[in-house]
Design a protein around this ligand. Structure first.
Ligand SMILES: [Zn+2]
Length: 63
């Protein structure tokens, strides 16, 4: 019997914040603080914002 409480486990990958982007750097910092208080919705929000940040190409994701 599988208890599927968190259904988005497979989508739980953190995008890298480009080191030269202050916006993403702030988001990454906020993401880490959110994770420390186990606020996974805030973590997810930060990840989405980093992924969608238009001012730089997407960093290559490690598969
Ligand atoms: Zn950025």
């Amino acid at each position: 019997m599988a208890a599927m409480v968190q259904t988005s486990a497979t989508d739980y990958t953190d995008p890298e914040a480009p080191p030269d982007c202050p916006t993403c750097h702030t988001l990454a910092h906020r993401r880490r603080a959110a994770r420390e208080r186990r606020d996974l919705s805030a973590v997810s929000d930060c990840n989405v914002l980093i992924r969608k940040h238009p001012e730089h190409p997407h960093a290559p994701e490690a598969h």
